[in-house]
Structure formats: C-alpha cells, structure tokens
Design a protein around this ligand. Sequence first.
Ligand code: ADP
Length: 267
Amino acid sequence: IRIDGVPMLDEEGSYKGILFLLQDISAIRRLENMRSEFVANVSHELKTPIAAVKGFAETLLGGGVTDEKTARSFLQIIYDESERLNRLISDILDLSKIESKRIPMDNSPVHLTSFFTSVMETITTMADKKGISLQTDIPDELFIEADEDKLKQIFLNLLSNAINYTQEGGQVKVIVRHLEHDHGEDRIQFTVSDTGLGIPKKDLPRIFERFYRVDKARSRGSGGTGLGLSIVKHLVDLHKGQLSVDSELNIGSTFTVELPLLQEHEG
Ligand code: ADP
C-alpha cells in the first residue's frame, strides 16, 4: 500500500486538513518485478551465446589453432550460437508483442486438412533428419475460425518440440477432433503427441513459463530458447482456447489445444 498525503487549503489559503490517498500498488509492484525479472533473464540468455561467439572468435584470432578441423569446429560453434541469438531475439520480440496486446487478430475460416498439409511440409525436413515419422489424423472438410498465422506458429512450436525431444526413429502424431456440444459452443481439439523423452511430473506445471527448461543442457543442445511454449500459451489464450499437457517420462508427451470452432463476434 502506498500512502500519499496532500494538504488541503480553502480559497483563502488557510489550512483545512490533509487528504490521504491510499493506493494498493501491489499489482503494479508485481508487474514491475516481473518486468525486471524478465529483463534480467533476457540479458542472461543473450549473454551466453555472445560469450561463446566472442570466446571462440578470440581463440581463432589468437592464431593458436593450427589444424583445420579444430578451426572449422570452432567456426561451426560460432555459426550455431549466432543462429541461437537470432532465434532468441525473434522469440523475445514475438513474446513482447503478444504480451503488450499490440498484436491484432486476423480471423478467417481455416481449412484444417490444407492447413496441416502446409504445417507438415514445413516441419518434414527436421523430422527426416532424425528419422522421425510424422502422422496426421484429421477429419475432412473441417474448418475453424482462427488467425491462420498464429495457428501455424502454435503448431510449428509444438511439433518442433515434439521432434526435438524425441529420439531418432520415434513418432510424432497430430490428431484433430470436432467436439460437438448440444449446449454451448462446439470446439476443436488438437493433440500433438510424441514417443519422446517425456517431462518429469514435477516440471509439468512450469513448462509454459518463460525461459523454463526441464534440462538446460538438453534444450541448449537442441537450440531451444525456452520461450516456445510460453508463446504457444499466449497464442492459445488469444484464441480463447485451452492448452494442457500430459507426459510420461521416457514414454512420451501429449500437448492438447482446444479452441472454439467459431470466434465470438461483438454486436
Ligand atoms: P525450448 O526452446 O527449450 O524447447 P519451450 O518453451 O518450447 O522451450 O519448452 C520448455 C521446456 O519444456 C523444454 O526445454 C523441454 O524441456 C520441455 N519440453 C517441451 N516440449 C517437450 C516435449 N514434446 N517432450 C519433452 N519435453 C518437452
């Protein structure tokens, strides 16, 4: 609580009393804390790849590395870390745009079969590299009203995680179902499941937080930023949908997204 006192004077300027202003600023304070924590996290996340780029470049410039193979492997690290920086910055920008609500919704009917054909095309090279099979089970002629670009980002993030955190030769599957309701609204349920590493029960409630990673080394190795799922959560919220996860260690994970079939319109 913040208390401000203002002296009150009458027309002649003589003292009448004090006006006290009591303000509950805990919400503001909390927001400020969250913001500074975010800035601290961002700085830390950016510093790590920059330190690697700088360190390996310095070593190369120092001229101590004479064999070509080592030199190339250092260059590869510099390249990979620059890519990571790129991804981090674009994720951070996306997230801050979404969080500040400066991002308008652009809804239109999306044909789900064609939509997932295009999503799967985008992700297939990544899956092929690990020999992971991609499957879809989507009813014909099903449409949803949604912002297609945002919908695409939701599923690209979930699918790239599924591929990243699944061993070679595993399976990743997308299932779409129309949940019909006699009362209330119809919804579409999407599940993205993998036969991967899984997530320990204790970490499940936290994985949608910014920069939260179950295993930092594992995520860094896969080039993760720790922001993918918090972006997904926000994009699902923007569609007034729900996001949940179910996972079994060493068996696999299933992410479920439920969205209203139609977006509510004002008026
Ligand atoms: P990252 O960029 O690290 O993948 P995300 O926000 O997308 O960040 O995910 C947060 C963490 O949740 C990941 O670091 C990983 O530990 C865990 N995770 C996400 N998806 C999966 C999955 N399909 N299987 C196992 N773990 C996952």
